[in-house]
Design a protein around this ligand. Structure first.
Ligand code: TRP
Length: 460
């Protein structure tokens, strides 16, 4: 097996948990989860999502870490090492390739949206939300989307922040950043929850989020929950595999994954609780605002609350930090590949990959103005095409292949050995779910994610 001389190991205990949680917690939890939960039936949706995390997300995450830790390299080299060890075809190396490509594509638009949070943080600290109502808040957001140079600026800053960390490598860059960002993130989260308590609307918010509206529960909601479980846990693209490659062999995979998944879910739920509490505490705005929830509805709430300057700034700072640690995990697999496979210095590797993702991201910037109605494929514009292609295809396909490879192709003794720190019961349940339930469930998402689009195309 090709082992790598320069390959790092996490320097401190808990680094893997921090890094993986940092990767998982991001725009998916803070921007997307509150509004999709609101739109798809509150408690019923939350339950579905929890089931998806437990029954599909956790087992696949364990498999992905196992691959990374066994292969001890970037996702491509890792998959090549492991499929050689298993005597399996080169086809399985594709998992690594798909991952690196998916990460690169997601990164290209993720920094554009994360860039908005930089912009909104600047507005928040300048107290620009005071006196906003629904209409003027909409206008403020539309003005941002229409302003190409502002979008490019924040996209560039976010990409630079991301690349800068990884230029220093895993131990000096990433580990140092997560050591302070993750505690700050937690403090901000608790402070926001505490403030939401003082508005007196936390209960209304909980009732909204946890009231059971069975009639809202549709087949479509199940698919959204399953797809979101993938995205929010950063699964299927090698980010978790790349981080697993730095994990010491003495760590218990199962226990670690359960902690990461619990933290991820907790952040999503706490965020939703205070976001809706802020919304309900503000007269004249609606809870179901869709994707505009944090950029249109929340600023109105911040503008009218007594400590709005601080709460608004704290909120957008929290989103920036969480998105930052996520973008780092999207960049790392490709950087590690160039570094390990072609001996590129980490600095050049970061410049090349982040530069290319930045360039591609310009397409996403234009998708919010000039190109918003320009169809790329199947009625979608540039950005929505990339989003669709990655979230609905590449990630689930990556996850499916990982489940099949670890469940059916990899030597069972090796999988047992990798999980010797976990209880034999956990191992048995994991293996069963990974072999039968998870692949079927994922197959269902893929088919249902693509089928509606195809039928629309055929009908045209
Ligand atoms: N999980 C992050 C979020 O919820 C996004 C993310 C980071 C991601 N790395 C990923 C999504 C890898 C898919 C794959 O915002």
């Amino acid at each position: 097996m090709k082992r790598l001389k320069q390959h790092a190991i996490w320097g401190r205990r808990g680094s893997f948990i921090l890094a993986a949680t940092g990767s998982a917690v991001g725009l998916g939890n803070i921007w997307k989860f509150p509004y999709i939960a609101g739109e798809n039936g509150g408690a019923a949706f939350v339950l579905l999502y929890l089931a998806c995390v437990a029954l599909v997300g956790i087992p696949i995450m364990m498999a992905e870490i196992m691959l990374g830790r066994r292969g001890r390299a970037n996702p491509i080299t890792t998959m090549n090492n492991i499929r050689t060890e298993a005597g399996a075809s080169w086809f399985w190396t594709l998992i690594g390739w798909l991952g690196v490509i998916a990460g690169f594509l997601i990164l290209s638009y993720y920094t554009v949206i994360a860039g908005w949070t930089l912009d909104y943080f600047a507005l928040a600290v300048q107290n620009k939300f005071v006196g906003l109502d629904g209409d003027s808040s909409n206008k403020l957001f539309d003005a941002l989307l229409a302003d190409r140079s502002r979008l490019v600026q924040s996209h560039t800053s976010f990409m630079a922040m991301t690349a800068l960390v990884l230029m220093f490598g895993v131990n000096k860059g990433l580990e140092n950043v997560i050591r302070w960002t993750m505690p700050i993130l937690l403090l901000l989260l608790l402070a926001l929850l505490g403030y939401a308590y003082t508005t007196g609307e936390l209960l209304t918010s909980a009732r909204f989020l946890f009231s059971f509206n069975v009639e809202d529960l549709s087949w479509n909601a199940t698919l959204i929950a399953l797809g979101h479980a993938f995205f929010t846990l950063s699964l299927g693209m090698g980010a978790i595999m790349a981080y697993g490659a730095y994990m010491p062999s003495t760590a218990a995979i199962g226990k670690t994954v359960i902690i990461v998944a619990l933290l991820d879910v907790l952040v999503a739920i706490i965020t939703s609780l205070f976001v809706f509490a802020f919304v309900f505490a503000t007269p004249g705005i609606q809870a179901s605002q869709g994707p505009g929830l944090i950029f249109v509805t929340l600023p109105v709430a911040f503008g009218s609350m007594p400590a709005g300057l601080f709460i608004g700034s704290a909120f957008f700072l929290m989103v920036i930090l969480s998105a930052w640690v996520s973008t780092i995990s999207l960049l790392e697999p490709a950087v590690a590949y160039l570094n390990e496979r072609f001996d590129f210095h980490r600095i050049s590797a970061c410049l090349i990959v982040a530069g290319a993702a930045w360039l591609l991201g310009l397409g996403s910037v234009l998708s919010f103005n000039e190109w918003s109605d320009q169809e790329l494929i199947w009625g979608m514009n540039f950005r929505t095409s990339i989003d669709f292609f990655t979230a609905n295809l590449l990630l689930p396909i990556g996850g499916l292949l990982i489940a099949i490879f670890v469940g059916w192709v990899m030597n069972i003794e090796i999988t047992k050995h990798e999980m010797q720190q976990d209880s034999p019961y956990l191992y048995a349940v994991w293996r069963f779910v990974l072999r039968y339930f998870a692949p079927l469930a994922v197959l269902v998402i893929i088919v249902n994610g693509v089928y509606p689009v195809l039928t629309v195309v055929v009908a045209e």
